[in-house]
Design a protein around this ligand. Structure first.
Ligand SMILES: NC(=O)c1ccc[n+]([C@@H]2O[C@H](COP(=O)([O-])OP(=O)(O)OC[C@H]3O[C@@H](n4cnc5c(N)ncnc54)[C@H](O)[C@@H]3O)[C@@H](O)[C@H]2O)c1
Length: 410
């Protein structure tokens, strides 16, 4: 496969992600050919990316000359044939297997030297590669929204992807200023999988009646130093989007109890309480930046065994710098231990290395620490002890650690 850095990059699908990816590559000096079945979308993407470059000039982050050359790097393509000379082409079109396969097949024929990258969040890279007939050249290049700002890219090797294609994708993403982690072709890759318990275990705490949404958010921000609590965050993401990701990851992983969807969150979506965009989700949003808890359930007093209390206290002593109420410590440790456990399962299933999982969670979701860093800080004995004690409080075994859990970094 002949590849040259002087060759242009292609971006197919110029919606939210395509426009952001095009901006990222153009800002790094690459010519980018943009194509979308909706020609208006290409025009809009080039205009809005151009405005973003103008704003960077206003903020004195780049010079006017740099903005001019960045803008000149964006080239509208009228048809796919114009992408024949691309080094790498990223498809960021609608998340539909057959439509993506069809586009990748055409691209494989038109651009015989190009790496065919897919920005899919939930489809199998191996299946896309096999179905389009160019498995050796199809690689996952998973950007995060907003692509120009989020520093992380997950590179995913499909079963048939050649090392050459993977290396080319990594080199390019790094040259565009991204931090690359490598993930196996498994549901949710790293971030969308390991982040699930942050939301799910929080929903379960509210479903149990132990705490309100704002109490959970506050405990995780205070003790965990997470930038935003799970309920405010899912209101921003959109409860519907968050539920769709959970369902997709859960089903494709064969429905582990750890990642089972929350009935309460599902009912919110059924009632069109989607979060900030619909004015109401976990919170009611007044449109002026004020949010009040919108889920009030009957309260159940938290009653836990002495053994669980001791395990929580021992865990918190190492995992947080801040003290809080017994309820806050319970919330923080129950959610964080679930995240650590998911990271342990992901590693044990070969999703990624401990280091890449930590990097992905810090850069892809802004976690203050990676789950393995946290586990090492606390000590694996205390992690396993806490999992064991939480497991005694549930009947679905979801706090079970993977077999023979040891840490490479401890
Ligand atoms: N939005 C996110 O936060 C996010 C994050 C990571 C990955 N992704 C993934 O990125 C991809 C795009 O998501 P998005 O949010 O940018 O979608 P979007 O709806 O904003 O944009 C999709 C674009 O693709 C175009 N399109 C549809 N079919 C096409 C075809 N056959 N050929 C060319 N263009 C076509 C549409 O006209 C539209 O402009 C999806 O695979 C999604 O799963 C999204």
């Amino acid at each position: 496969m002949m590849s040259q850095a002087s060759n242009p990059i292609g971006v197919i699908g110029t919606g939210t992600m395509g426009a952001g990816i095009a901006q990222t590559a153009a800002a790094a000096g690459w010519k980018v050919k943009l194509f979308d079945t909706n020609a208006e979308s290409v025009t809009q993407a080039i205009q809005s990316v151009g405005k973003r470059f103008d704003r960077l000039v206003e903020k004195e982050r780049i010079t006017e000359d740099q903005a001019t050359s960045c803008k000149a790097n964006l080239i509208a393509a009228k048809d796919l044939e114009e992408l024949h000379d691309c080094d790498l082409i990223v498809e960021a079109i609608i998340e539909e297997f057959d439509i993506k396969t069809n586009v990748l097949k055409q691209l494989g024929e038109i651009a015989s030297g190009a790496v065919l990258a897919t920005n899919t969040s939930s489809l199998s890279v191996s299946d896309l590669g096999e179905a389009c007939g160019f498995a050796d050249r199809v690689v996952g290049l998973h950007f995060f929204n907003p692509a120009p700002i989020m520093p992380l890219v997950e590179v995913v090797k499909g079963e048939g992807t050649s090392q050459q294609a993977v290396q080319r994708a990594i080199l390019l993403a790094e040259a565009w200023g991204k931090k690359v982690v490598q993930a196996s072709d498994t549901p949710g890759f790293i971030v969308n999988r390991v982040a699930r318990p942050y939301y799910l275990e929080s929903w379960r705490i509210v479903e149990d009646g132990f705490a309100t949404v704002n109490e959970v958010d506050e405990a995780l921000q205070l003790l965990g130093e997470f930038r935003m609590g799970p309920f405010m965050l899912t209101d921003l993401i959109g409860q519907d989007i968050n539920v769709a990701t959970t369902n997709s990851v859960w089903v494709r992983l064969d429905r582990p109890s750890r990642l089972a969807p929350s009935p309460l969150q599902a009912s919110l979506v059924e009632h069109h309480h989607l979060g900030k965009k619909s004015g109401r989700g976990a919170y009611a949003h007044d449109g002026e930046g004020n949010a009040t808890p919108a889920i009030i359930l009957e309260r159940n007093e938290l009653e836990i065994s002495d053994e669980l209390t001791n395990a929580i206290n021992a865990f918190c002593l190492e995992a947080t710098r801040t003290s809080g109420s017994q309820l806050a410590k319970y919330i923080f440790s129950r959610v964080l231990i679930s995240i650590i456990n998911e990271a342990l399962w992901a590693k044990s299933e070969g999703v990624a290395s401990e280091q890449d999982i930590d990097t992905a969670m810090k850069l892809g979701t802004n976690y203050p620490k990676g789950p393995f860093e946290w586990a090492v800080q606390v000590g694996m004995d205390k992690v396993l002890e806490l999992l064991d004690e939480f497991n005694k409080t549930v009947n679905d075994g979801r706090f079970t650690a993977p077999p023979s859990t040891t840490l490479a970094t401890s």
